[in-house]
Design a protein. Structure first.
Length: 373
């Protein structure tokens, strides 16, 4: 049994790794040379104790620079990108472990497979930038928050705060996790009829973990606090945010239609039926799926507020759509109708294989993916 588990784990790791690791130097996007230069400047500042010069851009992309630091002296883009790819594969596996604790073994396996073959995530994992890191740290922080809400174990609350800090230091939209985490703490306290002291303690632990993690990853927030915060906040008033890449009111709706997967579409269409048929035997709680949907809506609304639009800016939403797929499939699998269960299994297997085939056909240009529906 242990051997079979090892083989299963090995196969999952291979499926996650294969679409990401080969032909990394086949092409470069417009910003990759800039981010490689930022990483070089970041490591130079660290080496010379010039902590006031650590912040290269206000995005801020700090996690990208930490992961890219070991390979700054290589001229090969494959070598430059490998630490970023390996780091994000580990993040996918960590997310799978969190969802294993949250929803059980098979939902977690399905979630990891969907993330491993998510075309939009694969495309941006292969790019020397920060969008995929924002998405993965956001999902990790979100999952740990739900796991705390389920188990009430304080360590998950602390881990969530740390992951949220890493999301923010990957890219600024991760800041949505702060009010969302506070709201979850307050709602959970009200639901369990806990005292203000208990609720305040939860808020304090998450916030302290978040605030302490920020300067540990970006030390200049201690030595150069005000200027760094001014530079970060100034981004929202810059032409880069307000003028470049404008999009219409429905830009992100079309983005969801264009870049989602067939399983995303099927899950959203089946969600009302699955919610109605959901049974208590499933570990997937309706409240968890409800919070996933709410966070997706809030993230899209937040990104729609700015004039600057881009498909990759709502990448966390595509990962959470995979979580919705898992929830719907799990609920339908617990229905009493065996014919429905077999149809769902066939649909999921077909969808996963379809995603794998599409990625293989597009490789190494996963950025060209469009929903085949």
């Amino acid at each position: 049994m242990a051997f079979l588990r090892f083989v299963g784990f090995f196969l999952v790791v291979v499926i996650v790794l294969l679409p990401r690791v080969f032909d990394l130097g086949a092409f470069l996007t417009a910003d990759e040379k800039r981010w490689a230069a930022n990483t070089r400047n970041f490591t130079d500042a660290l080496a010379h104790d010039e902590w006031n010069n650590l912040l290269q851009l206000s995005h801020p992309g700090i996690t990208t620079q930490w992961l890219g630091a070991p390979t700054i002296f290589s001229d090969s883009w494959t070598v430059k990108k490998l630490p970023l790819v390996f780091g994000q594969v580990i993040l996918v596996l960590l997310i799978g472990y969190v969802w294993f604790r949250l929803w059980g073994k098979w939902p977690a396996v399905l979630f990891v497979l969907l993330l491993g073959l998510n075309p939009v995530l694969v495309a941006h994992t292969r790019i020397y930038a920060m969008d995929s890191l924002l998405a993965l740290f956001t999902i990790l922080a979100f999952g740990l928050l739900l796991l705390w809400q389920k188990t009430r174990a304080r360590r998950f609350l602390i881990y969530s705060g740390i992951a949220a800090a890493l999301a923010v230091l990957s890219k600024l939209p991760g800041v949505l996790l702060v009010p969302f985490a506070w709201s979850v703490c307050l709602w959970s306290g009200w639901r369990h009829r806990e005292s203000l002291r208990v609720v305040g303690s939860a808020l304090l632990w998450w916030t302290v973990a978040f605030l302490l993690a920020l300067p540990m990853v970006l030390p200049s927030l201690v030595t150069h606090t005000i200027p760094d915060l001014q530079n970060i906040l100034a981004y929202f008033n810059s032409d880069d945010y307000r003028a470049l890449h404008p999009g219409g009111q429905w830009y992100y709706l079309f983005t969801l239609l264009l870049s989602s997967t067939p399983l995303h579409v099927a899950a959203l269409l089946c969600l009302p039926f699955a919610w109605k048929r959901m049974r208590g035997a499933s570990q997937v709680r309706p409240a968890h799926v409800g919070m996933v949907i709410l966070f997706c809506l809030l993230f899209i609304l937040m990104m729609s507020a700015g004039a600057k639009k881009g498909d990759r800016y709502i990448l966390p939403v595509f990962l959470l759509l995979d979580a919705i797929v898992v929830g719907v499939v799990t609920w339908l699998a617990f229905t009493s109708f065996w014919k429905i269960v077999r149809a769902i299994i066939a649909l999921v297997v077909t969808g996963v294989l379809w995603q794998g085939i599409l990625l293989a056909r597009l490789h190494p240009y996963a950025l060209a993916y469009v929903n085949p529906l």
